[in-house]
Design a binder for this molecule. Structure first.
Ligand SMILES: Nc1nc2c(ncn2[C@@H]2O[C@H](COP(=O)(O)OP(=O)(O)OP(=O)(O)O)[C@@H](O)[C@H]2O)c(=O)[nH]1
Ligand SMILES: [Mg+2]
Length: 433
């Protein structure tokens, strides 16, 4: 398989090609996304070809006329790469490559390449490699079939070590499969540690909030802003910040941090990989454990870049991706971000589950946190507890993460007013007045 040679070349002209199969399809959005994916791979789209066809041509995906146009454009632009909007079958890729004399890559291939470049942590690297191998496995035929035909034509290669009837293709398949098995093992071992941490967190009963949404929406920016103000060692330690940048898939690994608000209420906030439409299913599968943070969260914050004209399609993409991950019926606040860029007024709260903000605006952050608190701690009730001095440790413990609403003493003990959850009310029943 060709390694990442493509990514080392700074800018390379490419042709984009798409089929319009359905009038309802938002092809504009899909093509803008494809263009961004290409740019993120340092490819420069020079022309886009669209063909309206009810169903793809079984042999070459595009119809004859469009294939000819592509062939000519390959020569005109001296482009040797065609990026297709959808996944083609291995034989379609092969035939189209033959007809146009260019390499054909699809959207999935682009996404996998970007992920491969961005992966930093060991887990992310292994996850991406696994997804790439799974993607390559059924496509081996494309590059192998040529040499395979030549081989049989020449009466076989003559490798005596080769098993009876085992072709080069089968050997490659076997190599990929065994590599996949060993990556899976390594990942399982690494993730065992992570899941014990997850369990610990669940036991600690601190509610969790997960940032989700389309790539580049501003999830990491929001996380950093909140960390600076409410993270552990807030304002001092910039090394705890997560990576934010104006590019696709800046974040691949999941980061979880605890926030402690001024009223002492606490929750864990997680930032994770962003979504894109048609996120390759291999990638979703490979990142499933990373994305579990969202599945386990008590509350989702869907961050939306409201300054992008396609923001509604992006929201749909996020919803579809969550559904694919089996995440549904979860409490969610929609955070329309980048209002400054969109020239909308902010902060603007719309009910209990929607807010328009600008991530770096303090007032926006406060309003958003107000909604988060309402969603997380809505079932808390104000109660008065009378705790004898002998049990004063209980009060100290409660004051760790509860705001003291009022306090009084007499000769028998302390009387405190706090807002407690139904669970806590149960637990501390004997002190409740
Ligand atoms: N104008 C403006 N830009 C913002 C705002 N929030 C984030 N950005 C910018 O948007 C870009 C992407 O921000 P990130 O926080 O990295 O986005 P993300 O959602 O974490 O992206 P992925 O990790 O790729 O999923 C950065 O250049 C940010 O500076 C905002 O409220 N207003
Ligand atoms: Mg990010």
């Amino acid at each position: 398989m060709a390694e990442d040679t493509r990514t080392e070349i700074p800018v390379r002209p490419v042709l984009l090609a798409a089929l319009r199969q359905d009038q309802k399809q938002n092809l504009d959005y899909e093509l803008e996304e494809l263009e961004n994916l290409a740019l993120a791979n340092r490819l420069e789209p020079v022309e886009t070809f669209i063909q309206a066809l009810d169903r793809p041509n079984p042999a070459t995906y595009f119809g004859k006329g469009k294939v000819e146009e592509l062939r000519l454009a390959v020569q005109t632009y001296e482009a040797d790469l065609i990026v297709t909007n959808d996944e083609l079958s291995p034989s379609q890729i092969h035939n189209l490559e033959e007809a146009t004399q260019a390499t054909v890559v699809d959207r999935t291939g682009l996404i996998l390449d970007i992920f491969a470049q961005r992966a930093q942590t060991k887990v992310a690297k292994l996850q991406v490699q696994l997804a790439r191998l799974e993607y390559q496995l059924p496509r081996l035929r494309t590059s192998m079939s040529v040499s395979l035909d030549q081989q049989t034509g020449a009466g076989g290669g003559g490798f005596t070590s080769r098993g009876a009837g085992e072709t080069k293709l089968e050997q490659s398949r076997r190599r990929l499969t065994s590599e996949m098995v060993s990556i899976k093992k390594e990942l399982e071992a690494l993730q065992k540690d992570a899941s014990t941490q997850g369990k610990k967190r669940q036991e600690s009963a601190i509610p969790t909030v997960a940032l989700v949404g389309y790539t580049n929406a501003g999830k990491s920016t929001l996380m950093n802003q909140l960390l600076t103000r409410f993270g552990q060692g807030a304002g001092s330690d910039s090394s705890k910040q997560v990576f934010e940048k104006d590019m696709l898939f800046a974040t691949l690994n999941t980061t979880i941090r605890q926030l402690t608000l001024s009223d002492k209420s606490r929750f864990l906030l997680s930032d994770t990989v962003g979504f894109v439409s048609k996120l390759p299913h291999h990638l979703v599968a490979a990142f499933e454990s990373t994305l579990q943070e969202a599945a386990n969260a008590d509350l989702l914050l869907q961050v939306v870049d409201v300054s992008d004209e396609h923001y509604q399609s992006m929201m749909k993409t996020t919803e579809n991706t969550l559904a694919r991950l089996g995440i549904k019926d979860k409490a969610m606040i929609t955070v329309y971000n980048k209002a400054d860029k969109a020239d909308l007024s902010f902060p603007l709260v719309d009910g209990e589950a929607a807010i328009t903000i600008s991530a770096r605006d303090r007032q926006s952050q406060d309003e958003l946190l107000g909604l988060v608190k309402k969603a997380l701690f809505t079932d808390r009730k104000e109660v008065t507890l009378k705790v004898p001095f002998a049990d004063s440790a209980v009060v100290a413990h409660l004051l760790d993460d509860h705001e003291l609403l009022s306090q009084d003493f007499d000769e028998t003990g302390t009387t405190v007013k706090l807002a407690l959850s139904p669970d806590e009310i149960n637990r501390y029943q004997k002190y409740i007045h």
